[in-house]
Write a protein that binds this ligand. Structure first.
Ligand SMILES: C[S@@+](CC[C@H](N)C(=O)[O-])C[C@H]1O[C@@H](n2cnc3c(N)ncnc32)[C@H](O)[C@@H]1O
Length: 197
């Protein structure tokens, strides 16, 4: 019997715990909650950071308008290869989310309306958190939306607390979703919006 060579979360976590940041992919419950907060009918361009095995991708594809553009950025080459095979219609860049400006330039995108983010913020150092958020703010359209999740156990870690401060310092509004208990581990979503100008 052929073995499954697809990258699994646990295997990738054991290779690079601070970059993968999770032992399991997000549940469909967290994915549903993630896509809830976006104004899909007003979104022309959506970029996903850290799609991993694509837990959010089908949900985004179902909600976004037929004319919208969707681009993904994933730093792990094995996850990126799997994503490419499963979602051939969505361009994926094997890069860091900090390189979002270069990715957009390659795609001819001048403004992003929404970012769906699955990055493991709590395990990132301060300079990487800042670099990714600053690059995001330069590309996000006025009124643009940014959604990212946080595991409950990471909320009180230095990286988790710093992320909250950084989001509040950059976005006009930051709200939190209900807690999604049916996820391993339980998580909530930060829903952020850029000022309209
Ligand atoms: C916690 S996993 C989440 C994966 C998926 N979004 C989900 O919810 O199941 C974090 C993902 O972010 C990716 N990642 C980590 N650092 C990154 C970076 N700087 N730029 C882009 N992707 C990154 C990891 O490789 C991994 O796929």
């Amino acid at each position: 019997m052929a073995s499954d060579r697809r990258p699994g979360f646990l295997r990738e976590f054991l290779r690079q715990p601070g970059i993968v940041g999770a032992i399991a992919a997000s549940s469909r419950f967290l994915a549903s909650e993630m896509v809830e907060g976006f104004d899909w009918d007003r979104i022309g361009t959506v970029v996903e950071y850290g799609p991993g095995t694509g837990s959010f991708t089908g949900h985004v594809l179902r909600r976004m308008s037929a004319e919208a553009r969707y681009v993904a950025i994933e730093i792990n080459p094995r996850f990126a290869a799997r994503f490419r095979a499963e979602h051939p219609g969505v361009p994926i860049y094997e890069a860091s989310a900090a390189d979002v400006e270069q990715v957009c330039r390659s795609e001819g995108i001048t403004r992003i309306d929404a970012v769906v983010c699955g990055l493991p913020w709590a395990s990132f150092p301060a300079d990487l958190q800042t670099a990714i958020l600053d690059a995001t703010m330069t590309m996000l359209a006025p009124g643009g939306q940014f959604g990212t999740f946080a595991y409950l156990q990471g909320l009180l870690l230095p990286g988790g607390m710093r992320l909250r401060r950084l989001l509040r310092g950059r976005f006009a509004t930051v709200t939190t979703s209900r807690i999604v208990w049916r996820n391993l581990p339980p998580a909530l979503i930060y829903r952020c919006r850029q000022a309209n100008d």
